[in-house]
Structure formats: structure tokens, C-alpha cells
Ligand binder design. Sequence first.
Ligand code: NZQ
Ligand code: ZN
Length: 389
Amino acid sequence: MIRNFELYNPTKLIFGKDKIKDLGHYLPKDKKILLLYGKGSIKKNGIYDEVTGILKDYDYIEYGGVEANPYYETLMPAIELCKKENIGFILAVGGGSVIDGAKFVAAGIKYKEGDPWDILIKHVKITESTPIGAILTLPATGSEMNGGSVISKKATQEKFAFGSPLSNPKFSILDTDVLKSLPERQIANGIIDAFVHTTEQYMTYPIGAKLQDRFAESILKTLVEEGPKFLADNYDEDAGANIMFCATMALNGTISAGVPTDWSIHSIGHELTALYGIDHGRTLAIILPSLYKTKLENKKEKLAQFGERVWCIKEGTTEEKALKAIEKTEEFFNSLGVPTKLHEYGSEIDKEFTVNEILSRFKNRGISNIGEDGILSLNDMEKILTSCF
Ligand code: NZQ
Ligand code: ZN
């Protein structure tokens, strides 16, 4: 039976070609604005010029240099700058990292109780946040329409998430023209991130949530059909637009309404990024196959349903269909040019160290079980990490 749920999403989505030019309709006139961006892609593809052309009629300052997997160390000076300049609105222009960075800065400005890192490690409930808006340049994380944010700390090689409805962007512009400049690596990462967001909210056990299942399967099927077209040499505008909407819908609260979810691929994947800097989407491609094989007994019914409806697997027992579905998914990731074995990400990555380090990190945090209903133990995690090499 569908679980009770509340669904609320306060982000206005503005989708389509040439939509950046409407930015002025959504920006506040009465607040000083911080333009936040990444390491410079927007200066090469014209987005910076277009945005600053509109911002010249506003009171604004800028802060660039937010890196992929944004660091606390990079964002703290932005918080200080916002306080000094009395910033009342943050405009994030970039991928998930810049938007997540904006959410952290926005919450950090208002956090009076101590070090804003507490928001991530002590799970402090945010009671106030500076409003933000976003211009998304990379379809992947869903950060443009959710209240989540993932921040890393360079000093301790840690990566943690926080979330609040107060962190949702007030608006997000999804201008499909931004997709033209995306490198293949980021396109592939984004397709996989959206794919695994969907499976994390689907691959648990059947509860009779028919519509949520169909929503999730339609996102997965569209990613499988349109992903390779988007990645192909000839830029396919339609495929890009479809992937962009899929990525947003995969993590804006719709498909998780009333169903069990299991974020363990992300939890383990974040450790691989924290330790080795592996791109977020790629960590998910590494963990998914071995995690689903390890937890086959718990997940086989949904895996088989996914196999039938997304991969059109008709033959075999539930278990055979489930295993075939995992195999097809791994082949799909590989077909996007993404390796699914950890050793392929660098000869310096040592198996024994990685397994022990990640297990001890979870132990030190007092975590012995993750996954839906805590089905994934540290023993399972050891098996997953050992077999993903
Ligand atoms: O920094 P710049 O120069 O802008 O370049 C970026 C960066 O190098 C580049 N890029 C972005 N748009 C581009 C472009 N290059 C050319 N043309 C464009 N139009 O792409 C690189 C990666 O950008 P990044 O923002 O890091 O990628 P992504 O959107 O995949 O975000 C990853 C971060 O989001 C977190 C991840 O953990 C990671 O830190 N996540 C956030 C979530 C959320 N808030 O809900 C959920 C996700 O599961 C994820 O954990
Ligand atoms: Zn993700």
C-alpha cells in the first residue's frame, strides 16, 4: 500500500530554448545579488556574458571558482563576502556543484550558532536561508528543483549532504541552449546520475505504488533511449531537452512520494569521491552493479520488474530476470564510455586500503546499517567494495 505522504515543491521551473533572456522577470529588484559560478565554463560558452548583460541593471557582485564537488573551504569566503555586502539573493549559474554551493552559502549566511559545517555534520535544522535562483548548465543532479546540497571538506576528505525546503531555488531556468557546450564526460555523468537517482527511489520492494513505479520506469526508459542520442557526435537538441527534464524529474520529490527509498549507492559513492575525486556519476556506476548483486534477495522483485519494463527481458525466473537487468544496466553505463570497475580509475587505488578506510568511516560515524529498512550491513558493504574492484 502507498505510504502516507506530503508533496511540496516551491521551485518555479522555467524550461526551454532562449529562456535565459527572461532572467530579469524573476530576479528581485530590491535586493543586492551575488552571482555565483564555477571554474569558468560559463565564460567560454557565452552564458556569463548573457547573464551579466542582464545583471547590469541590478545591484550585484560576483564570486567565481566553485569547483566540482564544492569545498567548504571555497564557500566560506563567499559566506563572509555575502555578510559584508549585505547580499539578499544568490543567483547560481552552473551545474549541481554551483547550485549546491549556493544553498550552503545561503544557509551559512543565516547560521549564527557557530561553524556552518555543523549544518552538514550535526544535522542542524535550517530555520532561515537567503533566497536563491539558478540557471542550470548541466542536467544531472536535480539540485535545480530540490532542497538538497552536497558539500565536501578538503581538510578531512569528507563529503556530506544536507537538505531543507528552505534551500529550494525560488526559480530555476533550464535553457536547453546551454547543453551545446557540454563535454561528453559530463553528459555521460549526468545521464548516470539521473538514472541512479531514479533507481534509488525505486529498487526496493513492491508496495503497490503503481503510478510511482511507472513514473520511475518512464524516466529510466527515456534515459536509455535518449542518452546515447545526446552523447552521439551530432548534437541532438531534442535528446538533450529530454535528458534535461528527466534529470530534474528524477530528484524533485515526485517519484519518492509514498514509497520506500534506498540511498546506499550514493552513500558509498560519496566516499569514493571524497577519497579519490572520482566524478559523482561515475562512483554510482561503480557501486550499482555489485550492490544490486549483493542485495539480490531483497531487491529481486523490483529488479525483475525493472528488467521486464525497461530492458524488455521476457524470459527466465524472477532471479534470472533480475540478474539480467543488472547486466544490461552495467552494459548501458559502459556504452556511455563509463568504466564500472574501481581499478579502472587509477592504479594507485588500493583495494585493501579502500575497503578498510570506508568501513571504518561508517563505523566511526556510528552507522552499522544503511539502505531501506537498514538491510545493508557493514559486511554487505565490505562485499560490495571488494567486488566492485
Ligand atoms: O566549473 P565549471 O567551469 O562551470 O565546469 C563544470 C565542471 O567542470 C562543467 N560544466 C557545467 N556546465 C557546463 C560545463 N562545461 C561545459 N558546458 C556546460 N554547460 O562540468 C563540470 C562538472 O560540474 P558539476 O556541477 O560538478 O557537475 P554535476 O552537475 O554533476 O554536480 C555534481 C555535484 O552535485 C552533487 C554531487 O555530489 C556533486 O558534488 N549532487 C547533488 C545533488 C543534489 N543537490 O540534489 C544530488 C546528487 O546525487 C549529487 O550528490
Ligand atoms: Zn546523484
